[in-house]
Design a protein. Sequence first.
Length: 382
Amino acid sequence: MISPLQSRRSMLNILFIQEPSVNSTEYHKLTKDDRFNVIKYILATDGSITKESFIEFLMQCNRDGVQINGIFAGFPAFHPIGGLTQDIIELPIFHENVKCIALCSRGINFVDLETLTKYNIELFHYDDSSSDSNIAINQVGNDVADCAMWHVLEGFRKFSLFMNETITTKHSIKSRQVIRDDGTTKFAFGHELNANQFVLSPRGQRALILGMGSIGCLIATKLQYGLGMEIHYSKRGGPIKNDSWKYHPMDNLHEELYQFDAIVIALPGTTETFHLVDTTFLSKCKNDNLILVNVGRASIFDMEAITQGLSKGQIRHLGMDVFTNEPLIDSCLLDSRNKNKVTYTPHIGSGTKQVFDQSTDLAITQLTRWLLPSDTSSSRSH
């Protein structure tokens, strides 16, 4: 959709490629500020907008004498056109006019950072770690930690499995029955999954958190005080100040993995973390009762190793909120043989109204401060 341009040369033009939150105070202020003009060209996820049509829109703006100065990139940002790639940024109509881009997400996937830097185009991403702009501190971390805790709890208690069985049987006793090897059934208290596997309490179990940024710390807090787990963690750069959590150096991690009941990944996707969890990693973990949860980046998992771990029964439960080829779901998660071993959420760890609303507020604040630097001070680091 293209809104009427109605732009004056004296105005700063901000392009919205995704819809902002209608509850955003900053958005409503922006639309009433005569220093700015809001232009909308929504990159739809249904395939109706292509990279070529987006470029043609930019060219039409140029022909109309409209310079795009800033871009609001809400969810899912540039993903529908394959990302903000070098060939788009290299266009004179783009890099000669665009001064800044604000993402509503933390992740900067699908953005060519090198080319943006080449043309001094500032890229902002969601960061609620400070009190700037009157936002709730660590709202994303809190909500992602909720998602991680749910996956961990599912690994121990298998509530979703029992819910689905109850939907099928419509019977609170039959839904708890265990199928024996000979095909017959027996009543169970609710503590058996099959002849060899049991429902477990997370209380007193050991959890290892890989990555202790704001999200990792909140995951640790929730697992400790919400589920009663013993918390261990590993991160680069040394231990943090918390006497109740045990630190394990990353360089010696393989020698420590055997003792953990649950491992939660809250690391960024970097060259250092690529396929960190591979066949060797899994071989050092518990043999048949490991709960493995990833709310970091899918690239941290070698999915071939994960698939083998599931098929061999080494992984008791796999919880995923990120996927290798998003928006597509990894095939091992969809395999019917693994239906009782996995839970997956469609990258909604931070998917709450609170995060959506303040992500708009923060992105717009970042754009306007950069475009009008005389109004207020602004951090200029990526």
